[in-house]
Design a protein around this ligand. Structure first.
Ligand code: NDP
Length: 327
């Protein structure tokens, strides 16, 4: 038996509870992982609360990421004792995920833990941090350099935003953070933001084009915020869009794209091809100041996850939440 969070949906309704699970119930897979840590991402909070259609099969163990050591493997690349990371591929959505003490997965979904990180640190980064790095890689791929000007990061005090702010700063970019929490101004400046703007100024309908300011952007909010970011991005600037914390709509115009040559890059971490994942983790190992992880993250136990899920959706959680599943 092992402990895990289980989401069920039946005549009795939609519910999540911490429970004891029999190993025989684990799904199919060629690698069984003794989970060490998972995290609470925005998507996990939607799954746990039922506020978003994340879970596609019931019952489901949530948790879109995990770290741990291989307990048993028939996959050629992994053997017992190997330290591994898993992000996405539908775990916690269609396949039992990381918020449990054991997981059985497809070995092709795993990446080896970089030597620079402990299992706990890799989950301080988690899917949110790996997604932030995918955004940074996209900015680089499209030619944005620190000399081009400021990068705006929205939802900056959240998981993706915090890691994006820290990494971009370390790479020499001037980061302007957008946040709804004035109380987190010092935190964001500690991560390297040169200025913190009130998210309210981005949240309402704006003009098709505004004063050109951003060389690049990392947007986790969507809706009017994304439209306003695009409208104020400089000629040939690059906007990476990865989130919908403010809404799934995109109420903008094509003006930034056809008049200023702005590029809007979509970022998906779930099905991202393996070479790019490996590159993202390699770059996190070299370009994220590990000392910042303690500032960015807090650690909780499995039993703390359920009450925290609603708080996270209300934007009340700062940075990243690591879950020690054995605590
Ligand atoms: P968090 O909850 O940690 O952070 C989201 C932040 O967005 C909050 O901290 C808050 O920042 C801001 N925010 C919250 N609600 C609103 C609102 N109504 N309007 C404007 N801003 C708001 O989530 P994550 O960082 O883990 O994820 C951020 C987004 O990215 C989510 O939508 C998530 O689903 C998405 N995501 C997408 C991935 C992909 O593969 N595309 C992978 C990972 C995440 P502040 O208080 O500073 O304003």
């Amino acid at each position: 038996m092992f402990k895990g969070i289980l989401i069920e949906k039946d005549e009795a309704g939609y519910r999540a509870a911490l429970t004891d699970l029999d190993e025989g119930r684990l799904p199919e897979g060629d690698v069984t992982v003794r989970v060490s840590h998972s995290t609470l991402n925005y998507k996990d909070a939607l799954a746990i609360t039922g506020k978003g259609p994340v879970v596609r099969a019931f019952p489901m163990v949530p948790g879109i990421d995990l770290t741990g050591t291989v307990a048993h493997s028939t996959h050629p690349d992994y053997k017992a004792g190997d330290a591994v990371i898993l992000n996405g591929w539908g775990v916690g959505e269609t396949h039992w995920g990381g918020l449990a003490q054991k997981a059985r997965v497809n070995g092709n979904w795993l990446v080896p833990l970089p030597a620079q990180f402990t299992l706990q640190q890799a989950m301080a980064i988690g899917t949110a941090g790996y997604t932030a790095m995918l955004c940074v890689l996209a900015l680089e791929r499209h030619g944005v350099t620190p000399a081009d000007g400021e990068i705006v990061v929205t939802g900056a005090a959240g998981g993706v935003g915090s890691v994006a702010t820290a990494v971009l700063t370390r790479l020499g970019y001037r980061v302007v953070a957008v946040s709804g929490r004035p109380a987190e101004t010092d935190y964001l400046k500690q991560l390297g933001a040169v200025e913190v703007l009130d998210r309210a100024t981005f949240a309402t309908p704006g003009k098709p084009l505004g004063r050109e300011r951003w060389a690049g952007a990392v947007d986790v909010v969507g809706s009017h915020t994304l439209a306003n970011v695009c409208a104020t991005t400089k000629y040939r600037g690059v906007v990476t869009a990865c989130g919908l914390a403010g809404g799934m709509d995109f109420p903008g115009t094509v003006a930034p794209f056809i008049l200023r040559g702005v590029t809007l890059v979509g970022i998906d971490s779930v099905m991202c091809p393996r070479p790019e994942r490996l590159e993202a983790w390699r770059r996190l190992a070299s370009d994220l100041d590990v000392a910042k992880l303690a500032t960015i993250s807090q650690e909780v136990g499995l039993s703390d996850v359920l009450p925290l899920a609603s708080k996270l959706l209300n934007g009340e959680v700062r940075g990243r939440v690591i879950v020690d599943v054995n605590r």
